[in-house]
Design a protein around this ligand. Structure first.
Ligand code: GDP
Length: 623
């Protein structure tokens, strides 16, 4: 084993809006990849709306540049905990992490999960305290907050002595020292050299075997229409060449000989075709059919497998079906069952923790994934691409183990200000969580650790955010399967269902407000069977939300607008997914998220409900 000194592989961890895109742009400019007069391809590591909403990176991207004779690869990290081990796989390609923190906001909870993983893997952390030019920024304090965070996350002693720079990415400078007595708008640095030097001197080059037969584990997959499946990973040993014959294998499977077609390296923000690459390089390989995560790509004549990386099994499934609502096809571009099927199958080519199965119906697919976020991100992505679909409620995947039905159980870590602890413990108790640990973190903040069935977690995040006024942090990951824990309670209330198609009127909503909480306001198009609110009681009721005021004389027109309606509750996709019951669906289109009864007509719904009940009775009688 030896260290390669001409290369550095670094992951970047940043909360949305702390300046990652700006920093990468400026690094590329200052290292000569973007010339001053070149206005091309800026902001490629930019985050999309989905990421902004959740404060985490969902789609990881790469960038690379050269500095001081070295090639530096910056790998973006996803901020979520759910997708079957993706964070760990990405962190396995790097030797250090760059934590980017806003000098005003300080470290944010959403970055904690990835940071904790990075520290656990023993990676070397570097810290960039960005936006020091911002009025009221507090760089020195934020540095101390980062140190507190590292202590809290259990960093090793040498990780606690992390190197750091203060920076203004926007103005293109960084420095090791910061003088808080100088006004913010006076630059204390000239360019990003202190940061670039720090990366090169602090982060070790990759440990590799340059000689010896080729070995590389596939850590991520990509797909495009021209190249097909693309395998990405860091070469561990030897050299790889375009058009080379290789063997694809795992410790448990026999080598399959294949010829790789194209080989790509990363330059700036693009994949570029290259002829060869050595151990330590991160490469993308096209032309290996059916290659998958965790397989080793090895020398064809001396195939030796590396330990495989496991992709965690799905724990949740949902039915995705064609949108059959009366408003189907009005807002989306792709609406047929064929569109849906093709899109889901395309997703399988790179989304490794996802499964798609056919169902009894030609118009519905069972989609399974690693937690709710995994599936909601897919749905959100599809609607932004122009798809319309309907989805049923998430179902936990049970397994029979040793003759006993078992369910997924998660390790739940909650950081919460003391004043909100009571309500959190109470709600989690009802949801069958068992507390395993409790410790004071910093001033007034407690860390609680629980084991909780996935079933109990469903729908909890929204409640948690409300209960802790957005100050709590909740991370969870599947710990394994355990025998069923019994009822998780939390049966929700019934719903308010629209009687007929039309536009909601302020008059009708005003008069029905005491029935429960509305999900929409006046002037919204609804259809028969659409869910317009939550009932205050347990049963469902059908209400006339489109009723207009009878005009007794001419002058009362316009009086409608004067009614003061109680604010309604906006339901996000995730909230809607968690809210619906078995006999309901979420209708998703590029413009709307609606909830509906599966059976729209009231009379038909009653018949189908009776039929379901009598089936249950006869099933019980024969049992
Ligand atoms: P990302 O979401 O982490 O990629 O963040 P961006 O790079 O898109 O930056 C978010 C916002 O912060 C943008 O409006 C930037 O112009 C601004 N920004 C980035 N770096 C700095 C900085 O050093 N100083 C100030 N004042 N603003 C910055």
């Amino acid at each position: 084993m030896q260290r390669r000194d001409d290369i550095r592989n670094v992951a970047i961890i940043a909360h949305v809006d702390h300046g990652k895109t700006t920093l990468i742009d400026v690094i590329l400019q200052q290292t000569g990849i973007f010339r001053d007069n070149q206005q091309v391809e800026r902001r490629v590591m930019d985050s999309n709306d989905l990421e902004k909403e959740r404060g985490i990176t969902i789609f990881a991207k790469n960038a690379s540049f050269r500095y001081g004779g070295k090639k530096i690869n910056i790998v973006d990290t996803p901020g979520h905990a759910d997708f079957g081990g993706e964070v760990e796989r990405i962190l396995n390609m790097v030797d250090g992490v760059l934590l980017l923190v806003d000098a005003f906001e300080g470290p944010m909870p959403q970055t904690k999960f990835v940071l904790r993983k990075a520290l656990e893997l023993g990676l070397k952390p570097l810290v960039v305290i960005n936006k020091v030019d911002r009025p009221r920024s507090r760089p020195i304090e934020v540095h101390d907050l980062v140190l507190d965070l590292f202590i809290e996350l259990g960093a090793h002693e040498d990780q606690l002595e992390f190197a750091y720079v203060f920076a203004s990415a926007k103005n293109g400078y960084a420095m090791r020292e910061f003088d808080p007595t100088i006004p913010e708008d006076v630059p204390q640095g000239t360019d990003l050299t202190p940061l670039l030097d720090m990366i090169v001197s602090e982060i070790p080059g990759p440990e590799v075997e340059l000689d010896g037969p080729l070995q590389m584990v596939v850590t991520t997959l990509d797909y495009n229409d021209y190249l097909g499946r693309i395998a990405i990973g860091r070469i561990r040993r030897g050299e790889i060449r375009a058009n080379q014959n290789v063997a694809v294998l795992t410790p448990d499977t026999a080598p399959k000989r294949q010829k790789l077609q194209k080989l790509f390296g990363f330059e700036a923000l693009k994949r570029v075709e290259i002829e060869s690459a050595q151990a330590g390089d991160i490469v993308a390989i096209a032309g290996l059919e059916n290659v998958t995560i965790g397989e080793t790509i090895a020398d064809a004549d001396q195939p030796e497998a590396l330990p495989t990386i496991t992709v965690d099994e799905p724990t949740i499934s949902m039915n995705f079906q064609v949108n059959t609502s009366p408003f189907a096809g009005l807002e989306g571009k792709y609406v047929t069952s064929r569109h849906l099927r093709d899109r889901l199958h395309r997703e399988l080519l790179s989304n490794v923790a996802l499964r798609v199965e056919d169902t009894d119906s030609a118009d519905a697919y069972k989609v399974s994934g690693r937690g709710e976020l995994h599936l909601s991100v897919l749905i959100e992505t599809m609607r932004r691409e122009g798809y319309e679909l309907a989805v049923g409620p998430p179902q936990v995947i049970f397994r029979e183990i040793d003759g006993v039905v078992q369910e997924p159980v998660e390790q739940l870590v909650i950081d919460v200000p003391e004043e909100h602890m009571g309500v959190v413990m109470e709600k989690l108790g009802q949801r069958k969580a068992e507390m395993q640990n409790m410790a004071a973190l910093s001033t007034g903040v407690m860390r609680l650790e629980f084991s909780i069935p996935t079933r109990g977690l469903l729908g909890y995040r929204t409640e948690f955010m409300t209960d802790t006024k957005g100050e709590g942090i909740l991370t969870h990951s599947v710990a394994g399967y355990q025998p069923m824990k019994g009822d998780v309670g939390g049966r929700r209330r019934g719903v308010l269902v629209a009687l007929e198609r039309g536009d909601t009127s302020a008059y009708a909503i005003y008069n029905l407000e005491d029935r429960g909480t509305f999900f929409l306001s006046a002037g919204v198009s609804v259809y028969e069977g659409m869910i317009v609110g939550e009932n205050a009681r347990e049963d469902d009721i059908v209400i006339n939300v489109t009723k207009k005021k009878q005009m007794s004389n001419m002058r009362s027109s316009g009086a409608d607008e004067a009614l003061r309606l109680t604010p309604y509750r906006v339901m996000s996709l995730e909230q809607a997914m968690e809210f619906i019951a078995d006999d309901e669906l979420v209708e998703v289109t590029p413009k709307s998220i609606r909830m509906r009864k599966r059976v729209l007509n009231k009379g038909e719904r009653e018949i189908s409900e009776k039929r379901r009940k009598s089936q249950m009775v006869s099933a019980a009688a024969t049992a």
